[in-house]
Design a protein around this ligand. Structure first.
Ligand SMILES: Nc1ncnc2c1ncn2[C@@H]1O[C@H](COP(=O)(O)OP(=O)(O)OP(=O)(O)O)[C@@H](O)[C@H]1O
Length: 232
C-alpha cells in the first residue's frame, strides 16, 4: 500500500506538486492523469526518491520512506520505469536486464524466464544492443528491466509515448497480467486514455500538481471529467 499525504515537491523555487494526497492499494492499477506539464512525472520521481520532497509524507507498506534515498526505496521494491524508457543503448538486452538486478541490490531478482514469458521478444534479442530495438521493444525492455527487480510497486511513466498502436495494445494486455501474476500494484502515468481505461481501476486527475478529481476510471470517463480536465 502506497499512501501519500500532503506532499509538496519543487524544482528550485518553483512548487510543482502541491499538497497532494493519494493512495494506491496492493490490488490495483492506479492511473495518474493530467495535461502535459502538470507534475505527473515529478510525482513519480518523488515516490521513487529521485527527487526530494519539501514536506508531506510518503508511506510504503507501513513504513515512512519520505526521507529514504532512492536506492533504499529500490531495495524495498519501488521500481520506476521512466518516461522515455532510458534503456542503455550501447548495452545488449541481456546487459540491460542485468542492470535492473543491480538497481535493486538486496532483493532476490525475479526469474528471467518470467520476464521472457511476458516479453518473448527479449529472449530472442538477448545479444542485440538496446539502441537498435524498435521503440516498442525498448519499452518492453524497460518494463522487463523493472520486472527483474521483483518489484513491490511499479511506477510506469507514459509507456505508450512514441510507440505504435499494436504494441500499445499488447502492453495494455500484458500489464494487467503482470499485475495479477506478480501480485504487484502499478501506478501508471499515461496520456493514452484507451490504454488507461483498459488497464486501470481508478484514477486521479492532477492540475498544476493538485488533485482535482479521483475515482473509478469508468466514472471519470462517463461523467466527462477526463474530457473536462484533459481534453481527451
Ligand atoms: N528538471 C526540471 N527542472 C525544472 N523544472 C522542471 C524540471 N522537470 C520538469 N520541470 C517542470 O515541472 C513541471 C511539471 O513537469 P512534469 O514533467 O512533472 O509534468 P508531466 O505532467 O509529467 O508532463 P509531461 O506529460 O509533459 O511529461 C513542468 O512545468 C516542467 O516544465
Amino acid at each position: 500500500m502506497l499512501t501519500i499525504d500532503a506532499l509538496n515537491v519543487s524544482y528550485g523555487e518553483t512548487r510543482i506538486i502541491n499538497d497532494l494526497s493519494l493512495n494506491c492499494s496492493d490490488d490495483e492499477i492506479l492511473a495518474v492523469l493530467g495535461r502535459n506539464g502538470m507534475g505527473k512525472t515529478t510525482l513519480l520521481r518523488a515516490i521513487a526518491g529521485v527527487l526530494e520532497s519539501d514536506s508531506g509524507t510518503i508511506t510504503f507498506d507501513g513504513e515512512d520512506v519520505t526521507d529514504s534515498p532512492p536506492h533504499e526505496r529500490a531495495r524495498r521494491g519501488i521500481t520506476l520505469i521512466p518516461q522515455g524508457r532510458e534503456i542503455f543503448p550501447d548495452l545488449t538486452v541481456d546487459e540491460n536486464l542485468q542492470m535492473g538486478t543491480y538497481a535493486a541490490t538486496g532483493r532476490t531478482p525475479l526469474d528471467r524466464e518470467r520476464v521472457y514469458e511476458y516479453f518473448p521478444i527479449l529472449e530472442e534479442r538477448l545479444e542485440q544492443k538496446g539502441g537498435t530495438l524498435s521503440g516498442g521493444q525498448q519499452q518492453m525492455l524497460a518494463i522487463g528491466r523493472g520486472l527483474v527487480t521483483n518489484p513491490e510497486l511499479i511506477l510506469l511513466d507514459e509507456p505508450s509515448e512514441g510507440i505504435q498502436p499494436s504494441i500499445v495494445k499488447q502492453i495494455g494486455e500484458i500489464l494487467p497480467e503482470i499485475h495479477r501474476k506478480e501480485d504487484v500494484p502499478v501506478v501508471i502515468v499515461e496520456q493514452n486514455i484507451e490504454l488507461v481505461s483498459s488497464v486501470a481501476d481508478r484514477g486521479y486527475i492532477i492540475e498544476n500538481g493538485r488533485i482535482v478529481e479521483e475515482g473509478d476510471i469508468r466514472r471519470l470517463q462517463d461523467e466527462g471529467l477526463i474530457q473536462k480536465h484533459i481534453g481527451i
